[in-house]
Write a protein that binds this ligand. Structure first.
Ligand code: ARG
Length: 588
């Protein structure tokens, strides 16, 4: 369905043209004076210079031409030259009825679907997930869902950090603890055990222990580096250990991400890119893209228009080892070969921006990624504690994701038990659902690139701009609809009536923005715009609810109209929270 704002825009454009002006001036925006009008057009002001006429006269001419259009209830030219618009109630109701009948609620899918790879999550295998990985998962998941809703074909790739020094550290520590295991016998030629000799909790203890030892003990560090080198060069025993680590970790990661309602299509990692590195480096050397600089192999990426120095992208160290950038470039080789995407979006901490500038430029310059494929860096800010510093535990350590989630759930449970009288079992389940909404909404309601303060009290509140408030509103609608059905009513979607009151109309005007908001959120990769919208929508609904006797309405047609509006409001809210990555419980 054509967006309502565009439909009105067409009417205005027509009006300008009929009055003898350029139709391009007929641009309509949402009113910034909601007390005066609903939409407005400022084109007369822009045209005044060209036509050497007072803007109010131009506005007046246009108003003459459009005042009788069925879409308007009121059209006025006001000083110095605004055109103020109020929409006709029946016109609005008809738009909503069409929305209710369309299966995507008026959303127009892209006629030319793109294939998009989203690189998000990015946890490092065998290291515990911490809050830094939370943002990537939450934002990336939302971007993926928004793009899908717009009809694009999206592949979410977790891009595991599974090939680095941490693997060498773990191997070294395991070897120190159990040197008798066959992985560490150089002359061993038999089969290795199928099962790992450690559990995830052991692994989570082994990594920090090894990491600390390596910092204090130079010989240990050397050994870990050497183990990393051997692993990366195909050492048989270490590869077997690596497979165990991967298996144990990935099983655990899958559980963690499932709890977050985050789902990846691809579980690839840095290790999957390694096979493409040798050929890639050969080609870059042969074609003159890469050259030696102080012993390292680099690609120059400085551009003339740069105001700051952009250092070259290093792809091989003097000892032959590859680097973070090498892996990212080789991953692009693999992605282009396997999926040939139109766009790759990276959802990564914004402190890695320079790295991606270097990698993107290298990829384009060398033809690893063709010019028509768009590379997008979506950098996010830091999640801080109330003290304004990166979020820590009460003891000052790095907060583990599981603990953070548990803390929110506990707080939610407390609030739910205080408020209501549901069984503890149900309350626990609800606390999980609402807690996740609290975390995700708290994150997504901020523009991704900004730092934000993780505030458990505020995020779990049922009032204000929070996830629980949005869910509470949805649950309220569900409960009215349930009561209506319990009374024998049969809710119907497409019988929305022209608004009889102001709060009802205000609610309708919010509901009908759905397609526009979703489109903008996709175009700008901005889930926070969805949050801002659901908050406005929830407020509009609650105002309507407080001012209207819905179930006690005696006029049947009117009552059915209310119910139909509730159904559509609920559908829009649910579709929005779905792209934010959470859902509403039945009761709370
Ligand atoms: N594993 C990395 C980290 O924890 C994030 C990976 C981001 N994606 C990428 N293609 N480099 O910092």
């Amino acid at each position: 369905m054509k967006k309502l704002i565009d439909r009105i825009g067409d009417v205005l454009a027509e009006g300008f043209e009929q009055a003898g002006y350029d139709r391009a001036y007929g641009k309509v925006t949402i009113s910034n004076r909601p007390d005066l009008c609903e939409y407005q057009c400022n084109g007369a002001m822009a045209g005044a210079k060209i036509y050497r006429k007072a803007p109010i006269m131009i506005a007046g001419d246009v108003v003459e031409k459009i005042r009788d259009q069925e879409c308007f209830e009121e059209v006025t030219a006001v000083n110095p030259g605004f055109i103020n618009l109020k929409l006709d109630r029946e016109y609005v109701a008809e738009y909503l009825r069409q929305m209710a009948l369309s299966d995507k609620m008026g959303l127009e899918e892209s006629g030319d679907p793109k294939k998009i790879v989203i690189d998000y999550g990015g946890p490092n295998v065998a290291k515990p997930l911490h809050v830094g990985h939370l943002r990537s998962a939450i934002i990336g998941e939302s971007i993926k869902r928004i793009a899908r809703k717009m009809g694009h074909e999206v592949l979410g790739d977790i891009h595991l950090g599974d090939w680095g020094y941490q693997m060498g550290l773990i191997i070294t520590e395991l070897k120190a603890r159990k040197p008798e295991l066959p992985y560490f016998q150089e002359d061993y030629e038999g089969e290795y055990p199928e099962e790992a000799s450690f559990t995830i909790s052991e692994l989570e203890e082994i990594y920090p222990t090894a990491s600390l030892k390596a910092k204090e003990d130079e010989a240990y560090r050397e050994e870990a580096l050497h183990a990393t080198y051997l692993l990366q060069n195909g050492h048989r025993g270490y590869t077997a250990v690596w497979n165990h680590i991967m298996h144990v970790s990935v099983t655990d990661l899958k559980k963690n991400y499932a709890n977050l309602n985050v789902e990846f299509d691809l579980w690839k990692g840095e290790s999957d890119a390694q096979a493409d590195i040798p050929d890639m480096i050969e080609r870059l050397k042969a074609e003159g893209y890469a050259h030696m600089d102080e012993g390292a192999l680099v690609i120059d990426v400085q551009e003339e228009t740069d105001t700051k120095e952009v250092p070259p992208c290093m792809i091989q160290k003097s000892d032959g080892a590859s680097l973070y950038g090498t892996t990212d470039l080789a991953t692009m080789v693999q992605r282009m070969r396997d999926y040939y995407p139109d766009q790759i979006i990276y959802v990564v901490d914004k402190r890695q921006e320079l790295h991606f500038v270097q990698v993107f430029r290298s990829a384009k310059k060398t033809g690893i990624v063709p010019s028509e494929t768009e590379l997008t860096f979506l950098g996010f800010g830091t999640m801080n504690g109330k003290d304004g510093k990166p979020f820590k535990t009460r003891e000052g350590g790095v907060m583990r994701l599981e603990n953070l989630i548990a803390e929110i759930e506990e707080e939610m449970l407390k609030k739910i038990m205080e408020n209501r009288t549901v069984e503890e079992q149900e309350a626990k389940q609800t606390a999980k659902t609402v807690g996740l909404a609290a975390i995700k909404y708290g994150d997504l309601s901020n523009q991704a690139s900004k730092d934000y303060v993780f505030d458990v009290d505020r995020f779990t509140s049922f009032e204000g701009n929070t996830g629980p408030y949005i869910l509470y509103t949805i649950v309220r609608i569900k409960s009215i609809l349930n009561k209506y059905q319990a009374e024998g009513g049969v809710p119907e979607e497409a019988v929305i009536q022209a608004a009889s009151g102001d709060s009802e109309k205000a609610l309708m005007l919010e509901v009908l923005k759905y397609n526009e908001v979703m489109e903008t959120a996709y175009a700008e990769l901005a889930p926070h715009k969805i949050c801002a919208y659901v908050y406005d929508l929830a407020n509009a609904f609650n105002r309507f609810y407080h001012e209207t006797k819905i179930l006690a309405e005696e006029d049947t047609e009117k009552k059915q109209g209310y119910i139909a509006l509730l159904l559509l409001t609920r559908r829009v809210l649910e579709s929005c929270i779905d792209v934010l990555g959470f859902e509403a419980p039945e009761r709370m």
